[in-house]
Design a protein around this ligand. Structure first.
Ligand code: AP5
Length: 222
């Protein structure tokens, strides 16, 4: 582990701002974002075997089975010394598999950042979100609009609304988070690595808080 190595997990409900913050930090720090959602969506778009198996779970707001996710993530973890895990782990079984893989690689986590926000705001954010399917960069029609409607500010590519951002699927995703992923808050609290960030603040303020959490400035206390 080099002095600057940072291996970070982003936890938080759908719409809390994990992807938004990961993209901003990836641009500012030498920290590779590994987004399970983006990898899965690429596999679905390319109609790979993994994508074919994952698609029905993603479209219904459920979780893709642990074995598929762990198999997909192991080579990703080995590729870099510093990384930001966005959307993984999402179950206790995935967290245990992550611990075991990082132990084997000699790359312990350095921080777990929980970005949280209230339910009503999460629903508004997801149903108004516009995504660049190639880069995963996100905008919001009201809270974070692109300069030109439907066009990515940075690469000029077209923006789309995700198929799982309908009100019905969003409700299911939030219920899945409560049942399967929220238990990870206690799991990581016990490690002393968890820092909780208020995701209701403006995007740049959340970024500043996340940067402090990653650098350990505000201590690892939930
Ligand atoms: P994934 O793509 O990971 O979706 P998610 O966790 O539901 O997260 P989101 O991308 O919806 O939310 P976010 O927190 O990144 O919010 P964002 O920054 O975009 O997973 C999709 C599916 O894949 C899952 O449902 C599951 O089926 C499967 N999957 C993925 N990982 C898996 C795993 N490990 N195991 C099993 N299955 C897995 O922000 C949302 C909006 O709000 C944007 O429009 C943004 O502009 C805006 N916004 C962000 N921050 C702010 C702010 N501070 N103020 C105002 N607006 C803001």
């Amino acid at each position: 582990m080099t002095a600057q190595a940072a291996r970070v997990v982003f936890l938080g409900p759908p719409g809390a701002g994990k992807g938004t913050q990961a993209k901003l930090l990836e641009d500012r720090l030498a920290l590779r974002q590994i987004s399970t959602g983006d990898i899965l969506r690429r596999n679905v778009a390319e109609a790979t075997e993994l994508g074919r198996q994952a698609k029905p779970y993603m479209e219904s707001g459920g979780l893709v089975p642990d074995a598929l996710i762990v198999g997909m993530m192991e080579p990703e973890l080995a590729r870099s010394d510093s990384f930001l895990l966005d959307g993984f782990p999402r179950t206790v079984a995935q967290a245990e598999a992550l611990d075991a893989a990082l132990r084997r690689l000699g790359k312990p986590l350095t921080a777990v950042v929980l970005i949280d926000a209230s339910r009503d705001v999460l629903v508004l954010r997801l149903t108004g979100r516009w995504t660049n399917p190639r880069s995963g960069r996100t905008y919001h029609s009201e809270f974070n609009p692109p300069k030109v409607h439907g066009v990515d500010d940075l690469d000029g590519g077209p923006l789309e609304q995700r198929r799982d951002d309908t009100l019905e699927v969003v409700s299911e995703r939030l219920a899945t988070y409560d049942a399967k992923t929220a238990p990870l808050i206690d799991y990581y609290r016990k490690t002393g690595l968890l820092v909780t960030i208020d995701g209701l603040k403006p995007i740049d303020e959340v970024s500043a808080d996340v940067l402090r959490a990653i650098s350990g400035e505000n201590g690892a206390a939930a």
